[in-house]
Design a protein. Sequence first.
Length: 413
Amino acid sequence: MATTPAPPTAPPKPTWEPRPEPPFPWLRPTIRIRLTLLYGGMFLIAGIMLLSIIYLLAAQALNTGAEPLFRIAGGTDIKVTSDNCPAVNTGLSLSAFNDAISNCIDHQRQAALDNLLSRSLLALLGLAIIAFAFGYAMAGRVLSPLGRITRTARAVAGSDLSRRIELDGPDDELKELADTFDDMLERLQRAFTAQQRFVGNASHELRTPLAINRTLLEVHLSDPGAPTELQQLGKTLLATNERSEQLVEGLLLLARSDNQIVERKPVDLAEVASQAVDQVHAEAEAKGVEIRGERAPAVVQGNGVLLERIALNLVQNAVRYNVPEEGWVEVTTRVEHGQALLVVSNTGPVVPAYEIDNLFEPFRRLRTERTGSDKGVGLGLSIARSVARAHGGHIVAQPREGGGLVMRVTLPI
């Protein structure tokens, strides 16, 4: 008997509330309408001002051009004199007098037009300067929300997912963009928080059985009457258990370091680096690796435990991944350009430049997909990068000429 297909299920509801459509979309004060009104109004005002100035200048030019060129002096003999046309003051024939009068009228009209043109150009220049300044101010006011969005995006890029734009003002395209960006940040923060909570809870849950296994293995290995094969098997299992514990501790620290550091205290990178060198000193002596370098004071604001883990991971990697003979590790701290620097360089195998980014990925090593040796669990550089980012800094690796790496940690003071 054929089974009836199940009815299609409804699509899942979105995790965010969609924005309701306004009743009259064409009434929204959009950016396009606001810019049109602003610049249209600006050009209208500028045109009115220019027209008024030209009208006043033209009226002044007409007054200047309407001034009488000559006057008739009284007396027995009629005599024509002129201040603006000195040529008629001398005795002239009738035809020469008429030509002089015509030339003077043309000259005065041209002078009035030249005066009008020069003053109009000065008025146009002044209005252009005012229009550009007003347009620059208006553009800055209209585009200021974009600057706010950019600053928030830059802060979010620095791993601060708690920032929000919360743009106020008219319900235009920029506010819609800001609200959408805030919704996206809210979802991202929930996802990252859930991921970190899962890693932390899983790591805590795994620590207890691993600790029990270690205790049972240690008790078994302490029995002198146990067979040799079982002793060897116990040591192998104990080493595997220790590796698993390191992995769990690394995951837990990685989950912690991905969060923004809330409580900050003054920490000297020179002291942190010295403590890391002291912890690795025995291993370095066993491998014949010399640890050197000058460590100048470089005080930053942060978490001392996490910063010490950065230095410890870098120094341990520099010692473990070194040359078999005459190897060295140089650990230096200093303040440069207003920032604290921790630099760890070492001799070692040649590292191709295209492999540098892979070193910071969890569970990855040089030329290998996943960890497979006894040098660690593959989380050291991932933890160092996460801790540096949580403190507002960054870590950069560069291949060293002749082999090895130069690890540079930069932190704000």
